[in-house]
Design a binder for this molecule. Structure first.
Ligand code: C2G
Length: 443
């Protein structure tokens, strides 16, 4: 029996895929189809896949062409599969010519001609209209946002506005996007807006954008109080708009996997979560704005692992604060739960080891600094030799994952992929509110 193997994503399965699968089958007697996992595609920079691996497998299965379907999860798996299943022929479309010649050492390699005039990319664009987006702000961060947005299909940056006219001019000219004369003008001309400013300015900017009918992706932390959070989400809901907090850490493949692992109980019962984040910005100007201070800046990121892992129902909270000249350099605190403790340390203009440790009854998870943009973490046990290492590659500056999620939410009517619940948002806003109201012990 001659065994053939082929691989693909098979997103929005079309006749190009089908033609290839049929010809692949005709090369032998038994066809194995490897369907890429969501993680694997993200890792190889294929970010705009619309369907989950389960949906894609179901579509391939329904064709009845494959004799066996497997999931492709890692680089180098093809060699393992060829040996494991005793494969005679490896085949893919002609868009890959030469790329898999290294497999000739293990089996026959055949490139089949690709069907012209059809592709998943084309179907994706036809399915959803492109979202036009305006950027509020003109800083190094908005430049990064713009660059990262180009890796996400279905969205394009139309222009920008910043109260800092000179900075806006430079940004728009260098990036070749439109420069708007006012925020209103930009909102009137776009479907969505990305807001980059300090937390104290978010509420007004967000409300104005929602009133104007724009979807909003706003830098983290979103708001200064629970009330603002409620009001903004109520308005977004009533208008059927997406209001998205740009917490890029949350969408990093490694962080997503960490949450998944903890939920599966590999570390036992979690008894404590310790988070530290700190930064000394390059430009010393930040000290002049109190809203650039510790928890005003780190807010959601510092509190997110605690709230995501231990939940929203804490018993009490203690906050300590080191401020000078109305600027908070360090916020440290402890959330006490029924049977667990969460601590955080958030620093601006001060530096510490930015690690995350999740302590459990069977072992602990260690995420090295800077944990908030990690690709790597370890699950450690009493016996250090039993350490399990996890590596999840993040492409670019990581922002593309959150932008992708934002686009998905707009296209899917705000229903799917809501990994960050309203209750979690409210809880975090409530803690930032306590900090803002100076319910802290100063030192
Ligand atoms: N294909 C085709 N004609 C098209 C589109 C795709 O023949 N118009 C083929 C591709 O060449 C590939 C298969 O259909 O052999 C699946 O295509 P994709 O879903 O785009 O998957 P791809 O990214 O090519 O994955 O490890 C993954 C594999 O290397 C290939």
């Amino acid at each position: 029996m001659k065994k053939v193997i082929t691989y693909g994503t098979y997103d929005l399965l079309h006749y190009g895929h089908i033609a290839l699968l049929k010809r692949a089958k005709a090369l032998g007697d038994y066809l194995i189809v490897g369907v890429t996992s969501d993680q694997f595609d993200r890792g190889r920079g294929k970010l705009n896949v619309q369907q989950s691996v389960a949906e894609r497998i179901a579509a391939v299965q329904a064709l009845g062409i494959a004799d066996k379907i497997i999931v492709e999860e890692y680089e180098g798996q093809k060699i393992d599969d060829i040996q494991k299943y005793d494969v005679d022929v490896f085949t893919v479309g002609s868009d890959w010519v030469g790329k898999f010649d290294y497999l000739r050492e293990y089996c026959e390699v055949t490139y089949l001609s690709r069907t012209e005039g059809i592709s998943s990319t084309q179907l994706r664009t036809e399915k959803n209209d492109e979202i036009s987006l305006g950027i509020y702000g003109a800083t190094e961060r908005t430049v990064r946002f713009l660059k990262e947005s180009r890796f996400v299909s279905g969205l394009f940056v139309k222009g920008a506005y910043s109260p800092n006219t000179r900075a806006a001019e430079i940004f728009c000219e260098q990036s070749d996007i439109e420069k708007y004369a006012s925020y209103e003008a930009m909102l009137a001309d776009t479907d969505a807006v990305y807001i980059f400013d300090t937390i104290d300015r978010h509420f007004d900017l967000v409300m104005q954008a929602l009133e104007a009918g724009c979807h909003v992706i706003c830098e983290t932390p979103l708001f200064l109080s629970e009330e603002q959070t409620e009001a903004a989400y109520a308005l977004a809901d009533s208008k059927g708009l997406v209001l998205f907090e740009a917490v890029k850490t949350l969408w990093y493949p490694a962080f997503q996997h960490l949450l998944l692992l903890i939920n599966s109980g590999v570390a036992g019962t979690v008894k404590s979560v310790d988070v530290a984040c700190s930064q000394i910005p390059d430009d010393p100007d930040f000290l002049s704005n109190p809203y650039e201070g510790s928890l005003y800046d780190w807010g959601t990121i510092a509190l997110l692992p605690i709230i995501k892992i231990l939940g929203t129902k804490y018993q009490d909270v203690q906050m300590y604060d080191y401020s000078r000249d109305n600027f908070s350099y360090l916020s440290q605190g402890m959330l006490r739960y029924d049977s667990a403790i969460g601590t955080w340390k958030a620093g601006r203009g001060i530096k510490s080891e930015g690690e995350l440790i999740v302590t459990g009854t069977k072992g602990y998870i260690y995420v090295p600094a800077p944990w908030w943009k990690t690709e790597y973490f370890e699950l450690r046990h009493e016996d250090l030799r039993a350490t399990e290492k996890y590596f999840f590659k993040s492409e670019g500056a990581g922002m593309r994952y959150e932008i992708l999620e934002f686009v998905r939410m707009i296209n899917n009517g705000n229903l799917t992929h809501y990994h960050y619940t309203r209750e979690e948002m409210r809880t975090i806003a409530g803690l930032i509110e306590k900090f803002d109201k100076r319910e802290v012990i100063s030192f």
